[in-house]
Write a protein of this length. Sequence first.
Length: 462
Amino acid sequence: MAHAEDPTLERHFKGHRDTVTSVSFNPNMKQLATGSMDSCIMVWHFKPQSRAYRFIGHKDAVLSVAFSPTGSLLASASRDKTVRLWIPSVKGESTVFKAHTASVRCVDFASDGKSLLTASDDKTIKLWAVHRQKFQCTLNGHSNWVRSAKFSYDSRLIVSGGDDKVVKLWDRQMKDCVHTYFENGGIVNCVTFHPDGNCIGVASNDHVVKIWDIRTNKLLQHYQAHLAPVNSISFHNSGNYLLSGSSDSSIKIFDLLEARQMYTLHAHNNAVMAVNFSPTGEFFGTVGADDEVFVWKTNFDVLDQKEVLKRRPEKSSPRKRHKHDPPPSIQKKTEITPLEIDIQKAPKDMTQKNPTIANVAPALFSKPRTHDDDTSDLSQGMSVNELTNDEDETTLQPKTVPLEQMSLPPQLATTLEHIVGQLDVLTQTVSILEQRLTAAEDKIKEVLDCQHRISLQIQPKH
């Protein structure tokens, strides 16, 4: 039996043509952005009947998207080794810079919006100045792909995890790793900070979600609730709830105060690739390998937790105990099994039709428009084609094409790509030389210290 405090499906968006990999809410709560293996970014509007935008520019799968704190910029990371900064409007304006020498897995804004971090298969995390798009520094330490990295809420710390099965905590100012958590049984797919800044959440391929206290470096909570790798987690802004999505196609919600699972949601027909609470916690989004995008109303955060427990029927079935350090500071309550909600079995309100979709190629690099173009229809002046989901999208092409084909002659584009590749090689070479120089300086210092000690020992006594 459903209760008023149970999460409900609010919106269902369709438009991607392949696995949806990431989801991010605009802080103004007017837009939702998603990235996909179809190499596109979709910007969905919550206002009824508003067009969705499909941003075209990346040459390969988009693995991560993130809105800036003000919502004025949208960052995307791709397997094509680039990061793009978009203005989330119909113009589709974007700038692109080559950030790494391998796929870029994750992108995240600092709380002030001035810095951006990127994590890559080249085993590094990099920091950038947003407005100047200037490289700031590289964090080296992982021995394999870095799948996830996030700023803390005050942006002083960074947490990262990846295929080397470790989680690293970094001091942003010192540019150094301050602690490494080795107790992970599988590849780390997602890491994130708890809103209070004192804990981190870790999701991994061993079906486990862990919460660590970064002050004591001890494991606080351990949930093995999924039957397959956990791909994504997100904390509610109150800090009382945790959302997780797994390759077992389920979404789970945990009550962190009670240290128990609250809900299991069944909506996707395939792996759930990403989950994310909205900044206010009022909504959360889920996306998956079934190409679907769902937006849910949270509801369970409205009522007082004690009131929620009173409204639930009591169950006598046992539940798995979780590890706590320190234990929850609440009295033991009647055991309650998590509620399962299956929207595929229950009727749902789908009266809101899927919005029309506008294909938007990067307008910064489109052909110049004349004054007459500016006064023409929006779909012509902005190089936009409107589509409906009922139409065969494969037969309709955007009037602008990706950057390299329209902005530069092929020979010049090839030359520039070669130059960029050589610069990447030089950057790596300089980095290696710096490491070797540092090692040589340390060795020389050690030798000089040794010589000094020897000279003191062999000095003649007067």
